[in-house]
Design a protein around this ligand. Structure first.
Ligand SMILES: Cc1ncc(C[n+]2csc(CCOP(=O)(O)OP(=O)(O)O)c2C)c(N)n1
Ligand SMILES: [Mg+2]
Length: 592
């Protein structure tokens, strides 16, 4: 079978250099794909079974002799060469792979069967796309020799996946599977990171072949490498930094993804620049550092004379990149230096932002060197003190809420209890509306890369998948999963996967018996709300039925002990906390 042109015409990386020696014995395509994944550093494949992708499984477990030797199917799945983890919905497989990508900064790996397997995966792929999370997804595909005749699950996935991936292509030559899978991993891992989708027709995947040593596709994806000279008017950026009196810096996910946490910390300390942290950028400047002023965000954005954004898109979460009081009344926006890790990340809608393209750590150190350390920090002492004071005041104002004895329970009280129990190494996962916004406000990680929110795509249902991925990426870190009761409905069945794969996770449902983040905005807009009420369902029963444990809590004073029981349990434990449905998160952005 010869390989046709890619359906997508998307750019691909050439891989000749990174494809290692191959055997001369023909083997089926599953071996080629799994070998490429192993060579790229993957150790786990998240999946849900389908015959279209059986060869991947056969290669992952090492064939029938290895399955027999392992003694049971479960033992074989765990033993490798590549560990298999199966889930109950394809979205969970991809959310788990995304969590691996976010936490390890190396691509997560998932495979789903043709047709509905792929379409079920699309929301999760889109989340990873918007988050810039590296992952490779392999889809099964109806056989090529029957294409157009109506085979089971025959669907051309590539046009569906192309808009939400770095590249999506079909591999039609068995001998190319290894090189092209390697190319997918390389592309996913290179800045700006993101998901890559491959599908392989069933007959191609089952056909034995000797792997070609090189990708026969010549189009090259240029990647941003460390130490490359930043592109953009760095001199001007340095001048802006030198002249600023009231700068503020935003540290976003791409700073973490590119391994820039030390460079960011050095920069912040050198320039004494107050910081607001976003997404995976949280924890880079630890919670107790007075330069972390996330809680003084409004004052910082209103009064800054320079905003330096390192590795975050200028989207709704950052007011689309328009800062400063004057801009609100039609005046000029505050200058912005926007450090991005690839040309695709330049914000065309924010023409006033000065983009500097390149490895973010390197851009930060270049900027620092060019601006020169004149002995005095960029920030005026009055500015630092004003923001530190605003930040302290915000925490002080919340102290009462965090200890609230209100009945029904105020969600803040839950976070008051969690804060006392979190270890620095724990991973906090948010999946929900208002309840998770409270998490963002009250939980300040002190270790980088330990905070998993769904990001700007805001897809509910990430929780169990993110917990599974956390367990694989950081087996010694305890995941705390904060879920809205509405969010829980999207994926609670995948607690079954957490049980089967023995994942300890403290699940906390802020159960306000409804879709809080829809209820309150609808009331605000219409004076009434509909379609927002759910029952005070005992979600802990669901977890117990699936083999985990849990309890329902209705009294504020009982929360702490329930959390301790959850934390000590060797599996998924859900604390279902009935909260006040009338409490709305005090929101300042609508996302529109
Ligand atoms: C897949 C998906 N469907 C719908 C929405 C719209 N949505 C955003 S927040 C929200 C309410 C979430 O309710 P819950 O998880 O109970 O959290 P709460 O706001 O009540 O704390 C909804 C429906 C979404 N973001 N994602
Ligand atoms: Mg709710």
């Amino acid at each position: 079978m010869t390989e046709k042109e890619d359906d997508s015409g998307s750019p691909m990386a050439t891989q000749a250099a990174s494809v290692s020696a191959t055997t001369s014995e023909p083997v089926h395509g599953g071996h080629h794909a799994i070998n490429a994944a192993l060579a790229a550093g993957a150790n786990t494949l998240f999946t849900l079974s389908g015959a279209h992708i059986f060869p991947l499984y056969d290669a992952a477990v090492g064939g029938s002799a290895m399955v027999q030797q392992a003694g049971s199917a479960r033992a074989a799945e765990r033993a490798g060469p590549l560990r298999l983890i199966d889930v109950r919905h394809e979205q969970t497989a991809v959310f788990a792979a995304e969590a691996v990508g976010k936490l390890t900064r190396s691509p997560g790996f998932a495979a789903v069967t043709a047709g509905p397997g792929v379409t079920n995966a699309i929301s999760a792929v889109t989340g990873a796309w918007m988050n810039g999370s590296p992952l490779v997804l392999i889809g099964g595909r109806a056989p090529e020799h029957r294409w157009g005749s109506g085979a089971l699950q025959e669907l051309d996935h590539v046009p569906l996946l192309e808009p939400v991936t770095k590249a999506a292509w079909t591999i039609r030559d068995p001998a190319q599977i290894r090189a092209r899978t390697a190319a997918a991993f390389d592309l996913a891992a290179s800045a700006h990171r993101g998901p890559v989708f491959i599908d392989i027709p069933m007959d191609v995947l089952f056909t034995p072949s000797v792997a070609a040593t090189a990708n026969n596709h010549e189009d090259v994806q240029h990647t941003t490498r460390r130490e490359s000279t930043p592109i953009g008017d760095v001199e001007r950026a340095a001048h802006l930094l030198r002249s600023a009196q009231r700068p503020v810096m935003i540290i976003g996910s791409d700073t973490w993804a590119g391994g820039g946490e030390q460079a960011a910390r050095d920069f912040v300390r050198t320039w004494q620049i107050p910081v607001i942290a976003n997404g995976m950028g949280r924890g880079i400047v630890p919670a107790d550092d007075p330069l972390l002023v996330t809680r003084a965000r409004s004052a910082a954005f209103a009064d800054a004379d320079l905003v330096l954004v390192a590795g975050a898109p200028l989207d709704f979460r950052l007011g689309y990149g328009v800062f400063g009081k004057a801009a609100k009344s039609g005046g000029p926006a505050v200058p912005v230096i926007h450090l991005v890790d690839a040309p695709t990340q330049v914000a065309d809608h924010a023409a006033h932002a000065l983009a500097v393209i390149g490895d973010i750590a390197h851009s930060l150190s270049t900027l620092s060197t060019l601006a020169g350390k004149s002995g005095s920090p960029a920030s005026s002492p009055a500015w630092l003190e004003a923001l530190a004071a605003a930040s302290r005041a915000a925490w002080e104002a919340d102290a009462e809420l965090l200890a609230s004895a209100a009945d029904p329970i105020h969600p803040a009280r839950i976070y008051g209890e969690i804060r006392r129990r979190l270890n620095a190494e724990d991973v906090v996962i948010g999946d929900g509306g208002d309840f998770v916004s409270f998490a963002g406000r009250f939980i300040e990680p002190s270790t980088p890369g330990r905070w998993l929110d769904p990001g700007p795509f805001g897809c509910l249902g990430t929780g169990p998948g993110y917990a599974l991925g956390t367990h694989v990426a950081l087996p010694d870190a305890h995941p705390w999963l904060m879920m809205g009761d509405g969010a829980a409905g999207f994926s609670l069945m995948d607690v079954d996967s957490l049980v089967r794969h023995q994942v300890p996770v403290t699940m906390v449902v802020g159960n306000n018996s409804g879709w809080g983040l829809e209820k309150h905005p609808m009331r605000f807009l219409y004076g009434y709300d509909i379609l927002a009420d759910l029952e005070a369902t005992p979600y802990d029963h669901v977890v117990r039925a699936l083999g985990g444990a849990g309890e329902t809590v209705t009294e504020p004073a009982e929360i702490g002990a329930a959390l301790d029981r959850a934390r000590g349990y060797q599996g998924p434990y859900l604390v279902n906390i009935i909260t006040d449905p009338e409490v709305a998160y005090p929101r300042t952005t609508t996302g529109i």
